[in-house]
Write a protein that binds this ligand. Structure first.
Ligand SMILES: Cc1cc2nc3c(=O)[nH]c(=O)nc-3n(C[C@H](O)[C@H](O)[C@H](O)COP(=O)(O)O)c2cc1C
Length: 177
């Protein structure tokens, strides 16, 4: 893979050990801007990002997030703003809003990787507790944290090393036989 974008996709890994080196504001803004350019169903852009850098708030969030192994200097919480959904009279069972969380997440993680930053998504957290900690409006649902920071120099084998999956394993051509 010589193409830089493809190389970036191929080499990004979830990083679960981060240093406490701060993330430069300019880089953080670039990551957030990348999230803005993620594709979104109907171009409705229902996702909202809450950036958390305060150490006490981050500690509280870690306490209610069993799947957050990183002590990341920055947490970006991706929320769905259900007011946007209602304004556009889209049925709430439409799955696009959740898919939009994924497109924003992956776009931001690839941007972070391109900038030399480490990242990791976390959905294993108490939505109710995070709602209270961050004083989220009623219309916001907290869906996924993206931890952003700098990788610690420790073994980062990650979960993927457990199983070698190829794209061929995941792909069916045209139709099932
Ligand atoms: C929807 C979703 C939720 C995830 N939640 C967590 C999580 O709560 N904690 C965590 O450490 N990793 C989480 N991950 C990261 C996956 O475990 C990781 O992407 C997978 O093991 C593959 O590793 P790689 O992205 O480094 O290739 C999540 C990933 C996705 C897509």
């Amino acid at each position: 893979m010589s193409n830089q974008v493809l190389q970036n996709i191929r080499t990004r890994r979830v990083i679960r050990h981060m240093t406490n080196e701060p993330v430069k504001r300019e880089q953080l803004e670039q990551v957030l801007e990348a999230g803005r350019w993620a594709p979104t169903g109907g171009n409705l852009r229902p996702h909202r990002f809450v950036v958390v850098q305060n150490p006490t708030t981050r500690r509280l969030i870690r306490m209610v997030s069993p799947g957050m192994f990183q002590k990341a200097p920055v947490l970006i919480l991706i929320c769905i703003n259900w007011d946007v959904v209602r304004q556009h009279k889209v049925p709430e069972h439409d799955r696009s809003f959740y898919i939009d969380v994924g497109t924003a997440a992956q776009t931001m993680m690839l941007a972070a990787h391109a900038l030399g930053l480490a990242s990791g998504p976390v959905t294993s957290f108490s939505q109710a507790a995070v709602r209270v900690i961050l004083n989220l409006p009623e219309s916001f649902s907290p869906e996924m944290f993206i931890c952003i920071g700098h990788a610690a120099k420790v073994d980062q084998t990650g979960m993927r090393a457990w199983k070698k999956i190829t794209w061929q394993d995941l792909t069916y051509w045209e139709r099932f036989p």
